[in-house]
Design a protein around this ligand. Structure first.
Ligand code: ASP
Ligand code: MG
Length: 419
């Protein structure tokens, strides 16, 4: 019997009316004879409210906030409410359903509070519920450590819960959200953005990590590693909508081989969550980079783009790198503390920057993508501060005031509106 995990994000369960609509979508799948697990987020806005409470309770003041084990106890609670409510709604519709908190599944996580990784999901309890014909409604975002403490999986973590459960029970994963799929770029910036009917795991991973908010990055990593077929689709299309409207709903995230029509560039992503740190007047000798990036890594800070250049003066260099906006102050503090040891002259932090990326598996076999990208930006007068590339992606750091302009220019340059 085929198995399906359906995941519903915060806007899809924002109130009881929407939870009933979710109930109808679940009932439809149950009626086709599938064994169904449902993973739910907290009602939209709930997690932010809970996070604010933990700040007020003093965790932030102690510098603990998201790494405190009690933070997880508080912020995990939103998902438990929606799991219970959806199970009740399903029962009222005559469907046998029960809720599962993370610890009841169990979803076992490591003990990095606030951003735990899933270590294991023993499937026995879910198997038993499914074989007994029950719908298992599971609280997303949360798990339990080996030591029995509640952990959460990082913001947006319900996507990861859903994909991990699909991998554990052997099924497909449908991620229901408030948009009908993955777009060539953010439709709020470029109205000509087109929905992709399919996107490869690799491209989706780059899109998510380069700023597209539709799926949590870790969920894509997991889907790719376990080859879980993932569909992203809208929960706002009613089960009784016309057949063609329903058929057009969704993007399938799948293996590259399953995509017939390959394009050089599939999407343009952007992120304003960046800050650039520049170190001037560094000594130019072996070991300097490790003195800079070692301590940042030890502090758990993620460095993204890096450029080093030679300064005019003999034996001196400059280094620029980017971190998440939230980490900029920390990174600056760490660098200041090591000023003498590293031996730089000056430091500057700029958080008026944005990263814009073009992504596509077709780049592997096509030269000239960088050239097309840089000339499209030059034509619009957009100055490039830092460049980084991978096999299937080119990213540039620019002044954040030009974000929309750059996204639109690139979307047009790679003819994504005519997909
Ligand atoms: N409720 C959590 C959050 O807002 C997890 C999720 O929705 O995926 O981050
Ligand atoms: Mg989400």
């Amino acid at each position: 019997m085929s198995r399906l995990v359906m995941k519903f994000g915060g806007t899809s369960v924002a109130d009881l009316e929407r939870i009933r609509r979710v109930g109808r979508l679940v009932a439809e799948e149950v009626a086709t004879g599938k064994q169904v697990c449902v993973v739910v987020s907290a009602m939209s806005g709930k997690t932010n409210e809970l996070v604010a409470w933990t700040d007020q309770a003093g965790a932030a003041a102690q510098g603990l906030a998201a790494s405190d084990d009690e933070y997880d106890v508080v912020v995990a609670s939103g998902e438990q409410v929606t799991a219970g409510l959806l199970a009740m709604v399903l029962r009222n519709m005559g469907i046998d359903a029960r809720s599962f908190a993370g610890w009841q599944v169990p979803i076992i996580g490591d003990d990095s509070h606030g951003k735990a990784r899933i270590v294991d999901i023993p499937p026995a309890n879910l198997d038993a519920a499914l074989e007994a014909g029950q719908v298992a409604v599971i609280a997303g975002f949360q798990g339990v450590t080996e030591g029995g403490r509640i952990v959460t999986l990082g913001r947006g973590g319900s996507d990861t819960s859903a994909v991990a459960i699909a991998a554990a029970i052997g099924g497909q994963c449908d991620i229901y959200t408030d948009v009908d799929g993955v777009y060539t770029t953010d439709p709020r910036i470029e109205e000509k953005a087109r929905k992709l009917s399919r996107v490869s795991y690799e491209e989706m991973l780059e899109m998510a990590s380069q700023g597209a908010k539709v799926l949590q990055t870790r969920s894509v990593e997991l889907a790719m590693a376990h080859r879980v077929p993932v569909r992203v689709l809208s929960s706002f299309i009613e089960p009784d909508a016309p057949e063609d409207v329903r058929a057009a709903n969704g993007t399938l995230v799948c293996d590259e081989e399953e995509i017939m029509e390959k394009r050089i560039v599939s999407g343009v992503a952007y992120s304003r969550d960046e800050a650039k740190i520049s170190l001037f007047g560094l000594p130019d000798h072996p070991g300097v980079s490790s003195k800079i990036f070692g301590p940042l890594a030890d502090a758990g800070l993620n460095v993204d783009m890096i450029v080093q250049s030679h300064a005019r003066t003999e034996g001196a260099a400059n280094m620029e790198f980017t971190v998440g906006k939230r980490d900029a102050a920390r990174a600056q503090q760490i660098m200041q503390g090591l000023k003498a040891e590293i031996g730089f002259e000056d430091i500057a932090v700029d958080d008026n920057v944005a990263k814009v990326s073009v992504i596509g598996v077709g780049m592997r076999s096509h030269a000239g993508v960088a050239k097309a990208m840089f000339s499209a930006l030059a034509e619009k007068g957009v100055n490039i501060q830092v460049i980084s590339t991978s096999e299937i992606k080119i990213s540039v750091l620019i002044d954040s005031a030009y974000t929309e302009l750059a996204v639109r220019a690139l979307h047009a340059a790679f003819e994504l509106d005519t997909l």
